[in-house]
Design a protein around this ligand. Structure first.
Ligand code: PEP
Ligand code: MG
Length: 602
């Protein structure tokens, strides 16, 4: 009977194949006491297993193929470090010596102790390192089970699947270590599903960089899926379909072919500069939420980060907000990962739909506000918490010593807010000077997401180096539609002429005054708006990394001057969306044009 499982989509694509189940060696660990005279021999058994695993990992590291992702070597180092850590194998020896546990039992007992410590860690990234520890223990248990010289269970599957004939295979397991994944790169497994794992688990990171469709955290998958079951893994949706009907398999095959053709076509654009048909250069930047997202930004060909939503460092913190040093590390990591490209860090934008766990007096007032979207949000919140604001500014200034950094202020609407921010920035610099801490130069920018800011832009621009249009909020505040309220969602309309006119005015005014202007709201990553935004004169778009290539394709096929000359007509139309569709049909050249054709030939 066909059924579906849901997990986290961590690596894109669709894989269809028969399940190969890899049992967790931890599940069937033997538990027995060793006699007093055998304790030393049992410790030797553990030591030999540790040495065998160390050899396995070192060989794997040495033999990494040139195309293996850079993270993999670092991951193998982490596993080697955990393997030799006294709190794992050293402590397991103690269990053998003091309690006479057999080596497998001693290892799993110590794993339980350490796993609990990991579970209590506040930092999500560190918490997820528990998976690495478990994988090292799995490896040790595997060696103990088959003896130091036997082949690894995965290696034998990866090379010679005997039971399945010519059918494609997908791997189903409680968990898979990144090192084991390497063994089936280019091998027989087309995708994988695991019971555990988070978005930042190393296994997920490696799957993404290897481009293998994967769903992790599918909880009971390894229990519910049977050996040889047909399985569809949809790595875009995080869905696993077990025992699908022939019709469903056919449907997914068609979707897979279509997605693959689309992705292959777009991937060829990765190294092309984004230039319109009439030769206008366009900057495509990434929106990120965590420093780790910088890798995806680079992989997609982003030329910088146009929006780092720093508030994500402050959410789900269970009371404790990140201090200056923790923030500095996060910003510096992103800045260094972008290798000289600019990183625009937006100061914390909490409030409305992004609530902090920690409730200060101000936030408590805010919580009872009648309409949080119009309340103490974003820069208003930061200015009401001056010590916290300066702390964030100091962290950003310090990160600026490591690369090109720009500060972006959310939801500014008043000149008084601009002045207070400049004061806070001056004080933050002074504090760093007093403490003798190095910091770097920053450019200062404002988000244009409140109509008031768009209307007084010439005044604002005296104080700012650049502006970035936050269309998500600009639509909400222009049309008086709470973007989180489903009851009025049908009125939330990016095509509303008032919204388009405010964007066009902002782009035009900033360009005339020779200040950089970009759009970082969702409209920047929606190909439906690329042509009209180019027609307004916009040359900088910031979006989720997954959208960059689709927008680049649109840019390459657009004649910006043609759309510029049609701009007035579009802005004054009753229905700009229909007007744009009619114009697009009228502009005879096929989408893509000669540059895309040239790229396709690459
Ligand atoms: C916006 O408002 O368009 C924006 C980019 O900011 P956020 O979506 O984080 O409010
Ligand atoms: Mg916003």
């Amino acid at each position: 009977m066909s059924f579906q499982l849901f997990g986290l989509p961590v690596s894109r694509g669709i894989a269809i194949g028969r399940a190969v189940l890899v049992a967790s060696s931890r599940l069937d660990v033997a538990h027995y006491y060793v006699a007093g005279e055998d304790v030393d021999a049992e410790i030797d058994r553990l030591r030999s297993a540790r040495n065998a695993v160390a050899r396995e990992l070192t060989t794997m590291k040495r033999d990494l193929p040139a195309e293996a992702p850079a993270e993999l070597s670092a991951l193998l180092d982490v596993h080697l470090m955990l393997l030799h850590d006294d709190t794992l194998t050293g402590a397991a020896k103690q269990w053998i010596r003091e309690r006479h546990y057999n080596a497998e039992w001693a290892l799993s007992a110590q794993l339980e102790v350490l796993a609990r410590q990991f579970d209590e860690m506040e930092d999500e990234y560190l918490r997820e390192r528990k998976a690495d520890l478990e994988q090292v223990v799995e490896r040790l248990l595997g060696v103990l089970a088959r003896g130091a010289d036997g082949p690894s269970a995965l290696a034998s599957h990866a090379v010679a699947p005997e039971q399945s004939g010519d059918d494609p295979l997908v791997l189903v397991a409680a968990d898979i270590s990144p090192a084991d994944m390497l063994q089936f790169k280019g091998g027989v497994f087309l995708g994988f599903v695991t019971d555990v794992g988070g978005k930042t688990s190393h296994t997920a990171i490696v799957a993404r960089s290897m481009d293998i469709p994967a769903v992790v955290g599918a909880r009971e998958a390894s229990r519910l899926i049977r050996q040889d079951d047909w399985v569809i893994i949809d790595g875009d949706a995080g869905v696993v379909i077990v025992d699908p009907t022939a019709a469903v398999i056919e449907e997914y095959r068609a979707v897979k072919r279509k997605r693959e053709t689309g992705r292959a076509r777009l991937a060829r654009l990765r190294h092309l500069p984004a230039v319109t048909r009439d030769g206008e250069r366009v900057e495509l930047l990434a929106n990120i939420e965590q420093p780790g997202d910088a890798a995806a930004a680079l992989a997609a060909g982003a030329v910088g980060v146009g929006l780092f939503r720093s508030e994500f460092l402050f959410l789900n913190r269970d009371g404790e907000l990140p201090g200056e040093d923790e923030q500095f590390e996060a910003y510096r990591t992103a800045v260094q990962a972008m290798r000289g490209r600019p990183v625009t860090i937006r100061t914390v934008d909490v409030g409305a739909d992004k609530e902090l766990d920690r409730m200060s007096a101000n936030e408590l007032r805010h919580e009872h506000a009648l309409n949080p979207a119009l309340g103490l949000r974003a820069i208003r919140w930061s200015l009401s918490e001056p010590a916290m604001f300066r702390q964030q500014l100091r962290a950003i200034l310090r990160a600026a010593a490591h690369g090109r950094v720009r500060i972006l202020l959310p939801m500014v609407g008043q000149l008084s807010e601009v002045r207070q921010t400049l004061d806070a920035l001056a004080r933050a610099r002074q504090q760093l000077d007093d403490a003798g801490r190095p910091y770097g130069p920053v450019e200062l920018g404002a988000m244009i997401e409140v109509p008031a800011a768009a209307l007084v832009l010439p005044t604002f621009l005296r104080y700012f180096d650049f502006v970035s249009i936050g269309t998500n909020d600009l639509i909400q505040y222009t049309l008086a539609i709470d973007r989180a309220d489903e009851a009025v969602a049908h009125l939330y309309d990016p095509w509303h002429p008032a919204v388009l006119q405010l964007i066009a005015q902002t782009v035009g005014c900033a360009t005339r005054l020779r200040k950089d202007v970009s759009v970082c709201g969702e409209m920047a990553g929606d190909p439906a708006f690329t042509e009209i935004l180019l027609g307004m004169g916009l040359r900088s778009f910031s979006m989720h990394p997954s959208q960059i290539l689709a927008i680049k394709e649109r840019v390459l096929g657009t004649d910006a001057s043609r759309w510029a000359s049609a701009l007035e007509q579009i802005l004054s139309a009753d229905d700009p969306e229909r007007e744009v569709a009619a114009l697009a049909a009228e502009i005879a050249a096929p989408r893509g044009g000669p540059l895309v054709a040239a790229a396709s030939a690459l």
